[in-house]
Design a protein around this ligand. Sequence first.
Ligand code: ADP
Length: 280
Amino acid sequence: MPKWTQPVTEALQADGLRLEDLDTSGTPGFSGDKKSGQQLLAERATVLSGLQERLYANGRSGDHRSVLLVLQGMDTAGKGGIVRHVIGSVDPQGVDHAAFGVPTPEEQQHHYLWRIRNALPRAGQLGVFDRSHYEDVLVVRVHNLVPPSEWEPRYDEINAFERELVEQGTTLVKVAMFVSLDEQKRRLRERLERPDKYWKFNPSDIDERAYWPAYHEAYQAMLDRTSTDCAPWYVLPTDKKWFARLAVTELLIDALQKLKLEWPPADFDVAEQLRRLEKA
Ligand code: ADP
């Protein structure tokens, strides 16, 4: 019987991890194969969906809490697949999704956290960030889009920002996704060989491959400096898509379970309403 041999939060924890030691084809903490992983995912998706409905129900009843899944990863790491297959298993009414690309002229006029603050999940929502404020210490650092004197203080600033979010009732689930250079090549080739995938291809993705070592350095600094007690990073190997989906499902289940959500009690007299209904 395949199972988690370790809680997912421990199996994927970033503390002390060196990216050069990461096996991107691994399935840390999980002993099963693809078929069993997919079977388990189907079961766990139902659990996730039930918990998310409780979060939503509580939000509708005045609870201010929310959960925010932050997905960071290089092109083809599988961020879109997580949104489609994991977030796709819950009620879309309860999802606040935001994707962050190259800042628009309007966004450029503001502090880098401005667009992030504007996209934070509302009470009771499951927020999803496809890329995030971390781009401002990743692509920005790798491509010298601003000088080091400007990006360097951002690590501390981001930690303070996230602490504030947590104190306000948002649970952050930060997932850094890593695919191998070989697997990335295979996925990019597939985008070029299949007309139904052309839309995902961007010629600059090929140029970015030359910056792989610089990205690794920037990702390592991000993990070392912004994995905090209140908002830890999880490091996810994503060569195996089924594992990535299962692991993120488990991380979200864990985060939601920790909120200890009950169904909100009726704010009306149930017996009286039943009596009224019978007569209506
Ligand atoms: P995707 O490639 O994820 O499908 P987009 O093409 O819309 O999405 O945008 C992603 C691109 O935007 C990535 O190359 C990313 O590095 C870049 N990007 C995101 N945030 C920033 C930022 N703050 N500064 C510069 N580039 C950014």
